[in-house]
Write a protein that binds this ligand. Structure first.
Ligand code: URA
Length: 448
């Protein structure tokens, strides 16, 4: 046993040295590094060094594909199917207030496209879908492959987290990346996201790559590189994919924080227009319908999506799905029973003018300190904590106008300072940034 551990550590250290020296890593070497870490044969601190070296030195396409395979491991892909229909998935690179999965998945499912989604937890300052959904009492997000199939067959949609069974390598490294500043690496992100899609045997994929101050890839050129790489990587694994580059220079919608975002997503499914969330949610759902059925026109897809909202079908789909994954009847009967934070405090404008910036990282930090995220690995989350924004870039405000309401436990007052610091007010009008910047397919770029 001791010898096996020593050999695994030695192999990992050699791999770090080779990557640091500019070598390409062999497929078998990458596979061994991930398998050893997943099996507990190498310690966190050595794996953190390997991830940091990869984040600095990068990986080419072959290495990234090998890392994707290594993350999936030897477990065969879970054949999630509804006979005669293509199962699709969507994934965002993450951002502040990004609740698009909670809108797009039920919309696509309500339009008859099966959605099997493997989501992640929060990374850095950005919230994670799994953390958001955990604020729903009773909801289970650690489904076995068999349960994934059962829920999908019953409700047309299923959402689960990475588990030791599905994409175990991603599961093992993801939490470590979150606390070692190794999140914003193009190959690490691409392998992490695509491995989850291959593990659930997705037959179509929509990627929402964020750019702007609150995105992992703040630079639009890097965001486009990541989008193209993921579309190509997915194609190598036989998954047709489309990618959107969307704005994250301010939080998406008004709500930031777990239960607060669930409430906002449910309101959008009931027809409320929320800036950013409604438009992007409908676009992602449209592309999901089109990767499932490539001949479907934009008009037909949009009509179906509009009808799913107007008829209440998308909202009902969310509740039926939540119930199938164990949500307590109290939530299904009255979604407003979601947890709430103990305190609410208002942040107000200190002068009149136009909102020129709502810094998403500062809002993300405010939400983290309010209790909505983790500052250290495995710490607990206050599901009711977060921020409700009242102003977005371009909003006209007077001195004293409420800008944000901070929902918190009162244990870290810096949440209020971060929230106040997020806003910049200009004496002149400021235009709102474009939400959708580019749309890619495997072989071409579409007009947004
Ligand atoms: N989402 C993931 O699943 N993985 C990443 O690395 C980034 C976003």
């Amino acid at each position: 046993m001791e010898q096996a551990l020593a050999a695994a550590s030695e192999g990992l250290l050699q791999s770090i040295e080779r990557k640091r020296g500019g070598s390409k890593l062999a497929d078998a070497e990458i596979e061994q590094v991930i398998a050893d870490f997943t099996a507990g044969r190498t310690p966190d601190y050595q794996m953190a060094a390997w991830l940091a070296t990869v984040a600095c030195a990068g990986m080419d396409m072959r290495e990234t594909a090998a890392l994707t395979r290594a993350y999936i491991g030897t477990t065969p892909a879970c054949p999630i199917r509804i006979p005669g229909r293509r199962t699709v998935d969507k994934h965002s690179t993450g951002g502040v207030g990004d609740k698009i999965t909670l809108v797009a998945a039920p919309l696509a499912a309500a339009c008859g496209v099966p959605v099997a989604k493997m989501s992640g937890r929060s990374l850095g300052w950005a919230g994670g879908t799994i953390d958001k959904l955990e604020s729903i009492p009773g909801l289970r997000l650690d489904l076995s492959a068999r349960e994934v199939q059962q829920v999908l067959s019953c409700t047309g949609m299923v959402i689960t987290g990475q588990t030791a069974e599905l994409a175990p390598g991603d599961n093992a490294t993801y939490r470590l990346r979150d606390v070692t500043a190794t999140v914003d690496s193009i190959p690490l992100i691409a392998a992490s996201i695509v491995s989850k899609k291959v593990a659930l045997a997705a037959e179509g994929l929509v990627l929402d790559v964020k750019t702007g101050a609150g995105a992992l890839m703040s630079d639009p050129v890097a965001a486009a590189e990541l989008a193209e790489l993921m579309v190509e990587l997915a194609a190598q694994f036989g998954i047709p994919a489309r990618a959107i580059i969307s704005d994250m220079s301010q939080p998406l919608g008004f709500a930031v924080g777990n239960a607060l975002e669930i409430r906002e997503a449910l309101e959008v499914l009931q027809g409320r227009e929320v800036p950013g969330v409604s438009e992007l949610g409908r676009l992602v759902a449209r592309l999901m319908l089109q990767v499932a059925e490539p001949s479907l026109s934009d008009e037909s897809a949009d009509k179906c999506i509009g009808a799913a909202i107007d008829s209440g079908e998308a909202y009902r789909t969310f509740l039926t799905w939540a119930s199938a994954q164990g949500a307590s009847p109290c939530f299904v009967d009255n979604p407003d029973c979601l947890p709430r934070a103990a305190r609410r405090d208002m942040v107000r404008a200190d002068r009149s003018g136009w909102v020129a910036a709502v810094d998403p990282r500062a809002i993300g930090q405010a939400a983290l300190r309010a209790g909505a995220g983790r500052l250290v690995q495995n710490s607990s989350i206050d599901p009711g904590a977060g921020i409700i924004l009242f102003a977005r870039i371009g909003t006209r405000v007077d001195s004293g106008t409420p800008l944000a309401e901070v929902h918190h436990s009162g244990s870290d007052s810096r949440c209020l300072e971060f929230a106040a610091a997020a806003f910049d007010i200009s004496p002149a009008p400021v235009p709102a940034p474009a939400l959708i910047q580019r749309i890619f397919s495997s072989n071409h770029e579409d007009q947004p």
